[in-house]
Design a protein around this ligand. Structure first.
Ligand SMILES: Cc1cc2nc3c(=O)[nH]c(=O)nc-3n(C[C@H](O)[C@H](O)[C@H](O)COP(=O)(O)O)c2cc1C
Length: 138
């Protein structure tokens, strides 16, 4: 079977006013289990109001997943910031799934940016987030 190119995608969205942050634990549990089974790597950032998620894997698998996520009523204002072949080093640095809490407004800058620049911004911010699992050595 030919090896397919790795694909990456980044979006930002808002927690739906119809739901509460209590749903986030369930989202994290589902994402952690299911993404691993599909060979998809993911970083999910939550700042209390917004989600910012980076997905990396087979293009077809990532495309199918993002369609399901997009339709999920637990969030709205879905905005695609970047999608394309994996370029440069992975944001995940060898981890399969990262859940990160952001305690300030730093996702504002990511929300206003598009393309690989949005990825670079997020990569720079990542060390300021409360990450689980933490990057070894941090
Ligand atoms: C912000 C957000 C991020 C999500 N991330 C993932 C994810 O990375 N992987 C996943 O399988 N489901 C994720 N979900 C949940 C999916 O939308 C969906 O509920 C889940 O995959 C179950 O799909 P199903 O009902 O079609 O089986 C996320 C939901 C939200 C609101």
């Amino acid at each position: 079977m030919p090896v397919r190119e790795r694909f990456q995608l980044l979006y930002i969205s808002r927690l739906s006013p119809a739901t509460t942050p209590a749903c986030v634990a369930e989202i994290v549990r589902t994402a952690r289990q299911r993404n691993q089974a599909r060979g998809i790597g993911s970083l999910l950032v939550f700042d209390g109001l917004r989600f910012c998620q980076y997905l990396e894997g087979d293009a077809v698998a990532v495309g199918a997943l993002v369609e399901r996520i997009h339709a999920d009523p637990r969030h709205d204002d879905f905005s695609l910031l970047h999608q394309g072949p994996l370029s440069g080093p992975s944001l995940l640095k060898g981890r399969n799934f990262i859940y990160a809490l952001c305690y300030d407004d730093s996702l504002d800058s990511v929300e206003q940016t598009r393309g690989t620049h949005a990825l670079d911004l997020l990569a720079g911010l990542l060390k300021t987030f409360d990450q689980d699992p933490a990057l070894p050595g941090e």
